[in-house]
Design a protein around this ligand. Structure first.
Ligand code: M6R
Length: 569
């Protein structure tokens, strides 16, 4: 999603900010731009598409005070007019904004604000400009009138920068008299950083940072250590996605080692009496949560997974003997954050299962179980998913006092994939269905999400037993059904389902370790530890999505319309 970068100092801020935006590229965006100070006048350069375009457009520029943005369109289509930074009507201020101003129409009307673009952000900017006082006064006053979420970075024509946030993250670092600002710690320079909390603000001028609370009073803030530990996956393969799938074994091993050697579970605060577990997440992390719920139930702890976007508006009865686990790779996903805040308000036991040390979700939950998947760049989550599944599995063992497995379980860890021929065949179908039962149904859901996300094929997952309650009507010679079967007890059930599909002309491919499906084209999984099957079986599904995507000539790392961290509702 949108990314913010800023620089104030003696160096070439244009270069610094464009470099920062390049680092934020992985979040997904459709346009980008910078605003810089040129002799007390604010100039703006924006472009649709790549930061590389912006780099070319700005290569001869130099400025000491610069703000920049990558935009992922929410209000208004993708064009230069709607791209950030925006310039205020008076031309005295430029601003970049992440988040959504929900009452922008009302504000525009009430304060008679003239705007050129279709964005909510420009309304916020002109509202700030219409306020009285210093730049920090203006930003604080305007922020009281807006409803919604924001991380804003405002540049004044006198060289001052003011920033503030509500819900969307924003960070600063100070290296001698240079100040870096970014919506992701990864794009900061230096050793330490400051994180703004909600409704906190900062003014940056001449290399000095002053922090303010929402009443405009100066506050002091502690800095934290930047833990970049270069966890960025090195690209050994054509794409980040491929590289990240091939990291699965290493990141699972790392997670197991850390949990074993650092006694991480012992540090988790559990409710006095643990009666049940609720897992709350979005997208792929929700699928990991569904898997987790199965693991917890298996060891006798009642558990349920919720989509965060449903949980936050639903009528769930919150209880103090439930542990609320918020699962998120980024730790920034808007619906997951909002759900966590809801639980926090009630002071209930909560735990963040996240992959990013410096993330918002960890700050909210305080109680954290980290995954050690390293930085995931591809929008389609792969190694982070398998790590989440594995962490939840290990946590379930811990709760049941079962010793954690030994590292040897990874000795012959298999990366199974679909043959090139099968990939080509499947790619020809107009309708793709993934079926399975219980754990395999969850894998089917994840497989379907992965395929639609990067290959744009219309596909969905269905619990095998549900086929004849509706979906079977869609099965004909235009349909291919990919059936996953890793559990002994449901083999025969699946065989009957396959007969029903065959009778309606549907093509069938089976993913299984069992020999019972030899009548069908089969992706053979190895007989491995049962607890690893949800991981071993999802890998071919990740590869299938990747290979179909590549066959169609798309970039798996940056699927259309999607972003890595979904920081807006
Ligand atoms: O950062 P999170 O784990 O909270 O993200 C949740 C989803 O947006 C994410 O898993 C999404 O579904 C993946 N990009 C799918 O591959």
């Amino acid at each position: 999603m949108c990314g913010i970068c800023g620089y104030v100092g003696g160096g070439n801020g244009v270069k610094e900010v464009v470099q920062g935006l390049k680092i934020l590229e992985y979040r997904g965006y459709d346009s980008c731009g910078v605003a810089y100070l040129d002799n007390k006048k604010i100039d703006i350069i924006k472009t649709i598409g790549d930061v590389d375009n912006l780099k070319k457009l700005t290569e001869n520029l130099s400025a000491n005070v610069v703000i920049g943005h990558t935009r992922w369109a929410t209000h208004g289509s993708v064009n230069e007019k709607n791209a950030h930074p925006h310039l205020s009507t008076s031309k005295n201020l430029a601003m970049v904004h992440n988040g959504i101003i929900e009452n922008y129409k009302e504000l525009k009307e009430e304060f008679k604000l003239n705007c050129i673009s279709d964005t909510d952000s420009e309304v916020f900017l002109n509202l700030i400009d219409s306020e009285k006082g210093t730049l920090i006064d203006k930003v604080i006053k305007a922020s009281k009138k807006v409803q919604g979420t924001f991380a804003v970075l405002v540049l004044g024509s006198d060289g001052e920068m003011v920033l503030g946030k509500r819900e969307s993250p924003l960070y600063l670092s100070n290296v001698e008299d240079e100040v870096y600002i970014a919506s992701d710690v990864l794009a900061l320079k230096g050793e330490n950083y400051f994180a703004l909390n909600d409704d906190e603000f900062a003014s940056v001028k001449n290399g000095k940072i002053i922090f303010y609370n929402k009443n405009g009073e100066k506050i002091t803030k502690k800095c934290e250590k930047i833990e970049k530990n270069s966890d960025f996956s090195e690209i050994f393969y054509k794409t980040h996605m491929e590289s990240e799938i091939f990291e699965t074994k290493n990141v699972l091993l790392k997670t197991l080692k850390k949990y074993t050697e650092e006694n991480i579970f012992q540090n988790i605060k559990l409710p006095k009496k643990l009666n049940s577990i609720s897992l709350i997440a979005c997208g792929t992390a929700y699928h990991a949560s569904l898997m987790g719920a199965e693991f917890f139930k298996k060891v006798g702890v009642d558990a349920r997974a919720y989509l965060a976007s449903e949980f936050r508006y639903g009528n769930e009865i919150l209880k103090d003997d439930t542990l609320y686990i918020f699962v998120s790779q980024s730790g920034e996903t808007a619906d997951t954050i909002a759900s966590a805040k809801m639980v926090k308000e009630r002071n209930l036991p909560m735990l963040a299962l996240t992959n990013m040390e410096n993330c918002l979700l960890n700050r909210i939950c305080e109680n954290v179980l980290p995954t050690f998947a390293g930085r995931e760049i591809a929008v389609a989550s792969t190694k982070a998913y398998t790590c989440q599944v594995f962490s939840l599995y290990l946590f379930s063992l811990y709760l049941a006092n079962i010793p954690l497995p030994k590292e040897e379980i990874f000795d012959d860890f298999p990366y199974v994939t679909f043959s090139e021929e099968l990939v080509k065949q499947i790619a020809k179908f107009k309708k793709v269905f993934f079926i399975g039962r219980n754990l395999d149904y969850v894998t089917a859901m994840e497989a379907s999400l992965k395929l639609k996300e990067i290959s744009y094929i219309n596909c969905f997952a269905i619990a095998s037993g549900e086929l004849k309650h509706g979906t079977l009507a869609l099965i004909d010679e235009d349909a291919v059904v990919i059936a996953i079967c890793t559990q002994e007890n449901i083999k025969t059930k699946l065989l009957s389902n396959l007969e029903e599909i065959k009778a309606r002309g549907g093509e069938i491919v089976v993913v299984s370790q069992f020999d019972d499906f030899s009548d069908y084209p089969c992706v053979k999984l190895p007989e491995t530890q049962t607890e690893l099957m949800p991981i071993v079986s999802v890998i071919p599904m990740q590869f299938l999505a990747l290979h179909i995507c590549e066959l169609f000539g798309y970039n798996p790392d940056k699927p259309r319309n999607l972003a890595k961290s979904v920081t807006v509702e």
